[in-house]
Design a binder for this molecule. Sequence first.
Ligand SMILES: *Cc1c(COP(=O)(O)O)cnc(C)c1O
Length: 379
Amino acid sequence: MIPVMRPYLGPEEAAAAAEAVASGWVAQGPRVAQFEREFAAYIGAADGVAVSSCTTGLHLVLHVLGVGPGDEVVVPSYSFIATANAVRYTGATPVFADVEEATGNLTAATVEPVLTARTRAVMVVHQGGMPADVPSLRALCEPRGIQIVEDAACAAGSTFGGAPVGAGALLAAWSYHPRKLLTTGEGGMVTTDSPEWAVRLRRLREHGMTVSAADRHAAGGSVIEEYAEVGFNYRLTDVQAAIGLVQLRKMGEMIARRRDLAARYQQALSGVDGLVLAADPDYGTTNYQSFWVLLPDRFPGSRNQVLAALAERGVSARRGIMASHLEQAYAGHPHVPLPVTERLTARTLILPLYHELTEAEQDTVVTALSDVLAGAGVR
Ligand SMILES: *Cc1c(COP(=O)(O)O)cnc(C)c1O
């Protein structure tokens, strides 16, 4: 079976993790601090604050903005459900906006109709690594005093206007789950250009402590910390950071390989009538964390039938991005009509794409998909 995704991990990551264990310091410590500096530099942010996941990072981002009960935060329903859930953790109300078909992302045109006097923030997602047009959302929102925060879970190494996604972001949250390019098992980061927010984020992720455990240790144990506000335990460990530092050095190679494989898919499938393939928007480049295809309207079958037929041929594809508003957790949650979201979530699938996918395996995927579509008269 060809899997949809496989993390690119090797003996270097294993050695780095073993070294962290042997050092005796396995919780948040010097390796986390180094990983924060290097990751922030990589995506062009002033500061990085490592956290236990992107989900906890998103929660912290909303918390430092003071988002709470009575507030509204605009999010795409067309996203992993953690995007909307992070808003719920604060007691605020997630307000679903539709996305554009080409990128699967929010745009000024889809967000504008759902803004109200209670909108405090818009959480824009770079879906599957596809960069969103953040400047046009800022132009819409900032005159109204609405903050833009970025769910950049999938977007490390994607670009907008020649700069890395996340460069210049007010607050962006990143994921190191194995489904993303750079993995630490679980883990995440919040990046920001604001030194004040960085200090507060650092405190909040560690129980609200004024002096971190690592700094107290370095100072010889004579420093007594204080707790000025209620914080959380959202820390990353040094074992995870050690793996992340190795992964970070592979990012250039990982992105180049994915983009080559994506170009091969585009080449091989471009002739299938009506099939729409993930592609760079005109303003940037995607890291192709997810390579999705939108089934032709003429194809009479369901997406799930295609997934089943591919599985029979040894190809493990996946449904496309989920729509949070269709899940039981959001049953009865009011929302505007979301026609593009519903079409994309029903009619897209994600094809296998990962660093060690061979060209022969990729050809198997192409042949399998082409055969399934041709079987229904779509070629
Ligand atoms: C993966 C993902 C998340 C959650 O990331 P975790 O690190 O697993 O918490 C949030 N948002 C989006 C868009 C994602 O793809």
